[in-house]
Design a protein around this ligand. Structure first.
Ligand code: NDP
Length: 247
């Protein structure tokens, strides 16, 4: 059987790195997208090639930029001929007090977190629709559902938007491609490396499992949703937050 191909946006670090790693381990060709950190991306490519003998393509592209998003899809298809799964994971958070938040902050966050997944999903349409058992997984967040913070008002809106986008895309892509979303709670990544220790402790106390998730614990749900094991799950949002109380 031909090898399957996945594109992971923001696939070079954090949750994206865990997703890229999981798919490489499962024998996929992996297209790892990133935007700035060449060193991190190159190291991951080398590691995955050595460890899993995987075929890895790095594509440096800003998913919020229309030309870049199109080039990402084109480069993936030129290299591997097809796309079977698209994981829209790239995301940013610009945490600031509500009154300091600017329109530029808001637009940048929306462009990356919400418009980016729209663009990649649109440009990948003709390939995904012709693949067998194809899937899209969009990474939302519990911030888009019930854990709201004024410091991340733009981020929370973008992640709520990702859920709406997911349901619309499931409709657009039916019946050939399943489109689902994963909404993680707190995850141990660099996105949270600047958080105040007391705040982190307060947040951990709200989680029934008493800890943040490891990126691999999100990656395994993403892999499941892309696999035939999830063949009847469509247009859904899976919360992966360790059993957390909203705040
Ligand atoms: P990280 O900050 O650790 O990694 C972000 C990744 O996205 C990097 O690979 C980065 O590339 C890439 N990236 C950023 N902007 C762009 C862009 N414009 N175009 C392409 N790639 C880009 O993030 P996390 O792993 O923490 O988060 C991954 C996803 O999970 C995000 O959507 C986030 O909102 C979501 N999430 C995270 C949670 C958490 O607690 N960490 C909780 C819930 C959801 P480079 O290294 O080159 O900059």
């Amino acid at each position: 059987m031909d090898k399957r191909t996945v594109i992971v946006t923001g696939g070079s670090r954090g949750i994206g790195e865990a997703i890229s790693t999981r798919f490489a381990k499962e024998g996929y060709n992996v297209v790892i997208n990133y935007v700035s950190n060449d060193e991190r991306a190159s190291k991951l490519k080398k590691d995955l090639e050595e460890k899993y003998n995987a075929d890895i393509l790095l594509v440096k592209a800003d998913v919020s930029n229309e030309d870049d998003a199109k080039r990402l899809i084109d480069e993936a298809v030129n290299k591997f001929g097809t796309i079977d799964c698209l994981v829209n994971n790239a995301g940013i958070a610009i945490d600031k007090p509500f009154l300091d938040k600017t329109k530029d902050d808001f637009m940048k966050t929306l462009s990356t977190n919400l418009v980016g997944p729209f663009l990649t999903s649109k440009f990948a349409y003709n390939y995904l629709i012709n693949a067998s058992n194809a899937a899209i997984v969009n990474i939302s967040s519990t911030n888009g559902i019930d854990t709201l913070y004024p410091e991340s008002i733009d981020y929370d809106a973008s992640k709520a938007g990702v859920i709406s986008l997911t349901k619309n895309l499931a409709n657009v892509y039916a019946p050939n491609v399943r489109v689902n979303s994963v909404a993680p709670g707190w995850v141990e990544t660099e996105m949270n490396s600047e958080l105040d220790k007391d705040f982190m402790k307060e947040e951990e106390d709200k989680i029934l499992l008493g800890r943040f998730a490891k990126p691999e614990e999100i990656a395994k749900v993403v892999y499941f949703l892309c696999s035939s094991e999830a063949s009847y799950i469509n247009g859904e949002v899976i919360i992966v937050d360790g059993g957390a109380y909203g705040s």
